[in-house]
Structure formats: structure tokens, C-alpha cells
Ligand binder design. Structure first.
Ligand code: F6P
Length: 541
């Protein structure tokens, strides 16, 4: 037994979950006519309704006891203090410092990092404005029309998601593209209709050694030089965002054109660092600062609010509740907003690269479940593909519905129709349709079982007024801090990602083998050897 599963609160939750297993949300709502309002919290402009979760007051009390027994408060304080809580990489975890006001003080090794954060923000703002105003010219004197972000993982998913989410606020005469995959198709299709003389590449990589990004960056360099025929053009068409000045220099980008961030910013937590440069160029520095203000407002809420009213703490504890006490394997995130179409993909890295771990901080194997699999698509599209399984399948899938009371594109009845679908789905999942009702509607007995909805399928609904930069900041930080809460309970390190290394190393070994015909070098398992041989025989030369 691990220390976690021995905690009194954990044991109490196990017994409590047993007693709730057969309790239906229909009954919980019938017993408490005010449940829908009582189990809802409004903080920092976000309304979280968790009344359709399979919890009662006792559940929340026990979950909060669990948080206390796991030292959540102390762990939060340690992060905000700048302690090196990323133990396996011996680093502080301070993405929260990226969004504090100018006069805040956060020390890392006795040095206040806030002035540096704001100095980089100022440099980014000046650059972004020059591009937006058409003052940053390409090598031939033409105005930059296309901004292409080259990055992967946190250096791509954040920028793409934020650009898509805030497109409404973007400068429409600039064209934003994102290249991530090492598959050459990604680069080829991205630049197919772009004019090199009007294109600015942002090479975004914390380490500046990531294979995919470096491959794409070199390809971009060749593509540009094929058109402009002069190395001097690089300085006008390439900027870098990185923590690794030496690597940037090695690539041939002038470090004057480099925007830095720091090792205490994890890749998947870096959207609000210089990695957000493409977002800033798109929406402008002022909107970018509103985005940061949204993050900060949520951080402050997380840091100071009592757990009973703490949005990310409640969301994080609910994730633990279903993963460990209901054996739910996955969790769906369902934004009812087309602008948030990349939000689930972004959350996949945030949640699963953070908490997809099997050992505790001390290196012991866990004997409980850690991160659920996060997935999702925007509503209403998902309703016509996978919702069937959420409603009638054999799996329990807790859902987060996200919606806005005001649309950014008021077109006829669309928004009311969109939101009526959101509200209908969460109600249908919770309350279902019992067999008696199906029969009473005149359904023949043989067909009735197929038309029954068991209900009791849990969800939260998060509502905000409008998708603004500030709201987006709050939403992202909400999930970041929920992930932190989950990691704190599970006593794992949400800030390393050793699990990505093995595949990278193997790929490095295999690549030269694909181009060689030397059989003696193939010393893999029989499956891998056979796949390599087949590829060698059939690859294009
Ligand atoms: O391979 C995983 C990873 O290290 C992510 O954590 C990170 O966001 C991504 O690669 C990109 O890394 P970098 O910004 O250093 O290129």
C-alpha cells in the first residue's frame, strides 16, 4: 500500500464511493431542488456548475480532506514561492511568474525574475507592433504578410490553439500558419501558396534541438534561400524563441532576433512566454497582456481561495474522484465554441504529458490510477460522432462542457441553437430516459431497450460571458492548476516528461539504418527488423 492509499481520507472515499455507486443523479436532484445552484460556483468570471457530477456534500468534504492530507496548500505555496518542485530536473516551476504584474517579486535563487519577464514582454511587443504595422520588412523590402510558427508540442499546440481561439481579435491582413510535423507534407502544404519575400518564420523551441523543429527550420531556410539567394536574408525572415542562445546562434539566427524564456517554464506551460509570439503578432500586445491578466486572475484565485470555492481544486479533485474511485479511464472536453476547436488537442499535452506517470516523486510505483485520457471535439460536431458512446456505451466518461453566453459572431439563431444543444446534452447525460418513459411514449417493447438512456453520466459545465483574450487565459490556467492539483494528490511530478525520450533515441538509431543496406546493423527485435527491411526494399531512392 502506498502512503496515498493509506490516508484516512482515501479510505473514507473508497467506502463513500461504494455507497454512491448505485445512487442516481435523478434522485440527487429530486432530493435537493436547489442542487443545481448549490453545486455551482462563480469566481473570476467563470461559472462552474458541477451539480451533475456524482457527488454529494460528503464527497466534496472528503475530497477536500484528501487534498489537505496530501499537503495541497503547501505544494501550491511551494510552486508560487519558486521552490525547485520539479525534482527530477531540479528546476523551479514558475509559469505563474510569466503573468504577474510588473511590480510583483518572485525570486529564483535569490534573484527576482519579474523584471526579466517584463523586459522580454516589452521586446516582444515592440517586435510584434513592427510586424503588425508593416514596419518590419523582408529582405527585398516587401511587407511581411505571412507568419509561420515552426515548433512542436508546447511550442506548437499552445500557439495554434491560442491563434484559433482568438482569431476574432487577429489582424486579418496577416496570414498565420503552423508547421510541426517532421512529415515533409506539413511544411510543403503550409508554404505552398506563400511568397518567401513576404514570409517570417518564428522558430519556437525551448531547447532548439528538437528533431522535428530543427528539420523544419532547416527546410524553411533552404526554401527561403532558393528564392532570395542571399544568406543575409535570414536575419529578416527568421526569428527564434528559445532558452538556448548558443543553439540559436549555431543555426544562424542572430541572437538580436531571439526572444528568450527560462528553464523554469515547461514546454506545455509556455504559451504565455515568448512562445506566444505568433499569438501576440496576431492579436496585438494589448490583447496579449489581457490574456496574461486572465491567467494571473485565475492563478490568484487558485493561490488564495478556500478549496471549497476553488475552481481548479474542485475540477482536479473531481478528476481524481472518477479516475481512482470510479475507474473512469477517460475524460471528455467539449467546447461549444468553434474558436476552441484546438483546445482539446492542447489539453491533451497539458494533462497527459504532465500526469501520465507511474512513479511517485520518490520513485515508487503507484498503486492507483493517475491521469485520465483527455480527449474531445467541439460541440455540436461531436454529437454526431462519438456522443452515442457517452450516452449509451458501457464506459463512464466524465465530461466538461464549455460554453459562452454571448457569441462573437451573432448570426441568426445560431447561438441559441448551439447553447440549447450544450444544455440538452448535459441534462440528457445526467437524467437519461428510463424504460417506463420510453414505453409510455408508445415504443414497442422489443425496441424499448435500445431507446433507454440510463443517465447518471457525470459532467461539469463551465460558462463564461464571452471568449475574450482574458477569458481564454482564465480557461487555460483553470486546466493548468487542475492538473497541478491532480499531480499533488497523486504525489507525481507533473513537470517532467521522461516518457518521450526512449522513442526519440530509437528513432535516432533507426534513421541511418533506413538508408543503409548493411544487414549486420539490424539488431532490433524481429518485428522492427522486418519493418525496416521492407521499408528499405520499397523506399523511394
Ligand atoms: O518531446 C516532448 C517535448 O519535450 C515537449 O515537452 C515540448 O513541448 C516539445 O517536446 C518541444 O520541445 P522544444 O520546445 O524544446 O522544441
Amino acid at each position: 500500500m502506498s502512503p496515498l492509499t493509506e490516508l484516512p481520507a482515501w479510505k473514507a472515499l473508497q467506502a463513500h464511493a461504494q455507497s454512491l455507486r448505485e445512487v442516481h443523479l435523478r434522485d440527487l436532484f429530486a432530493q435537493d431542488p436547489q442542487r443545481g445552484e448549490r453545486l455551482a460556483i462563480e469566481e473570476v468570471g467563470l461559472y462552474l456548475d458541477y451539480s451533475k457530477q456524482r457527488v454529494i456534500a460528503e464527497t466534496m468534504k472528503l475530497l477536500i480532506e484528501l487534498a489537505n492530507q496530501c499537503g495541497l496548500r503547501q505544494k501550491i505555496d511551494a510552486m508560487f514561492r519558486g521552490d525547485r518542485i520539479n525534482l527530477t530536473e531540479k528546476r523551479a516551476v514558475l509559469h505563474v511568474a510569466l503573468r504577474v504584474p510588473r511590480d510583483a517579486v518572485i525570486n529564483v535563487d535569490g534573484k527576482n525574475v519579474v523584471p526579466e519577464v517584463h523586459a522580454v514582454l516589452d521586446k516582444l511587443s515592440a517586435f510584434a507592433e513592427r510586424v503588425r504595422r508593416g514596419e518590419w520588412l523582408g529582405y527585398t523590402g516587401k511587407r511581411i504578410r505571412n507568419v509561420v510558427n515552426i515548433g512542436i508540442g508546447g511550442s506548437d499546440l499552445g500557439p495554434v490553439m491560442a491563434y484559433e481561439a482568438l482569431r476574432h481579435y487577429s489582424q486579418r491582413d496577416l496570414n498565420f500558419r503552423f508547421v510541426s510535423n517532421v512529415d515533409g507534407t506539413d511544411f510543403a502544404e503550409t508554404v505552398i501558396d506563400l511568397e518567401p519575400a513576404e514570409t517570417l518564420f518564428i522558430v519556437a523551441s525551448k531547447t532548439f534541438t528538437t528533431q522535428e523543429t530543427m528539420t523544419n527550420a532547416h527546410t524553411a531556410r533552404t526554401w527561403l534561400l532558393q528564392a532570395l539567394h542571399d544568406e543575409a536574408a535570414i536575419a529578416k525572415h527568421f526569428v527564434a524563441v528559445s532558452t538556448a542562445a548558443k543553439e540559436v546562434e549555431k543555426f544562424g539566427i542572430d541572437t538580436m532576433n531571439m526572444f528568450e524564456f527560462w528553464d523554469w517554464v515547461g514546454g506545455r506551460y509556455s504559451l504565455d512566454s515568448a512562445i506566444g509570439l505568433s499569438t501576440m503578432i496576431a492579436i496585438g500586445p494589448e490583447n496579449f497582456r489581457s490574456l496574461l491578466a486572465g491567467f494571473h486572475a485565475l492563478d490568484e484565485h487558485f493561490r488564495t481561495a478556500p478549496f471549497e470555492r476553488n475552481l481548479p481544486v474542485i475540477m482536479g479533485l473531481l478528476a481524481v474522484w472518477y479516475s481512482d474511485f470510479f475507474q473512469a479511464e477517460t475524460s471528455a472536453v467539449l467546447p461549444y465554441d468553434q474558436y476552441l476547436k484546438r483546445f482539446p488537442a492542447y489539453l491533451q499535452q497539458l494533462t497527459m504529458e504532465s500526469n501520465g506517470k507511474t512513479v511517485t516523486m520518490d520513485g515508487a510505483r503507484v498503486d492507483y490510477q493517475t491521469s485520465p485520457i483527455y480527449w474531445g471535439e467541439p460541440g455540436t460536431n461531436g454529437q454526431h460522432s462519438f456522443y452515442q458512446l457517452i450516452h449509451q456505451g458501457t464506459k463512464l466518461i466524465p465530461c466538461d462542457f464549455i460554453g459562452f453566453t454571448q457569441t462573437l459572431n451573432s448570426v441568426g439563431v445560431h447561438h441559441d441553437r448551439l447553447m440549447s444543444n450544450l444544455f440538452a446534452q448535459s441534462a440528457a447525460l445526467a437524467f437519461g430516459k428510463p424504460i417506463e418513459q420510453v414505453l409510455a411514449e408508445g415504443t414497442p417493447a422489443w425496441l424499448a431497450p435500445h431507446r433507454v438512456f440510463e443517465g447518471n453520466r457525470p459532467s461539469s459545465t463551465i460558462l463564461a460571458d464571452r471568449l475574450t483574450p482574458e477569458t481564454l487565459g482564465k480557461l487555460i490556467a483553470l486546466y493548468e492548476q487542475s492538473v497541478f492539483t491532480q499531480g499533488a494528490i497523486w504525489n507525481i511530478n507533473p513537470f517532467d516528461q521522461w516518457g518521450v525520450q526512449l522513442g526519440k533515441q530509437l528513432a535516432g538509431k533507426i534513421e541511418p539504418e533506413l538508408r543503409s543496406s548493411d544487414e549486420s546493423h539490424l539488431q532490433h527485435d524481429s518485428s522492427t527488423n522486418a519493418l525496416i527491411r521492407r521499408y528499405r526494399q520499397r523506399r523511394m531512392n
